[in-house]
Design a protein around this ligand. Sequence first.
Ligand code: HEC
Length: 130
Amino acid sequence: MICRSSIFAAIGIIGLVSFGASSAFAAGSAASGAKLFTANICSACHAIAKGNPSPVGPNLFGVVGRKAGSLNGYAYSPAMKAAGLTWDEGTLVKYVMSPSIVVPANKMVFAGIKKEQDAEDVAAYLATLK
Ligand code: HEC
């Protein structure tokens, strides 16, 4: 893995470790993440209430533990369906920071959250949607 900074490397390692762990990875603040979810306009494209249709992207209720590109009834890009990821807080941090690097050719039009701490907070918030 090529890492851009030691902080990014640390997140990468945490991400790999949390692949094996079942839960309880909590580097971020869910309360802050809830605000960032709106501030970063995730909420403009993604519904978060169970079963609600999304305006643009897939509903994110229960996204942690879900296989990427697997929500029934949502028309994912072939890239997302073939990503071979299962979302956990580590993979979500990486994806929201660099969507087009983590899943090349996916159709989420979002440049990425710049600050690692913000991405960790958003991931922690997404983990509460269950
Ligand atoms: C402009 C609309 C838009 C914005 C803004 C956006 N997304 Fe997305 N998102 C999408 C689309 C469209 C997809 C489906 C991608 C595909 O199929 O290739 C997606 C996919 C995802 C997935 C994968 C879900 C799955 O079921 O596999 C996650 C997680 C996600 N987005 C989180 C976020 C977060 C967190 C934010 C804010 C930081 C955000 N998105 C901002 C449109 C958006």
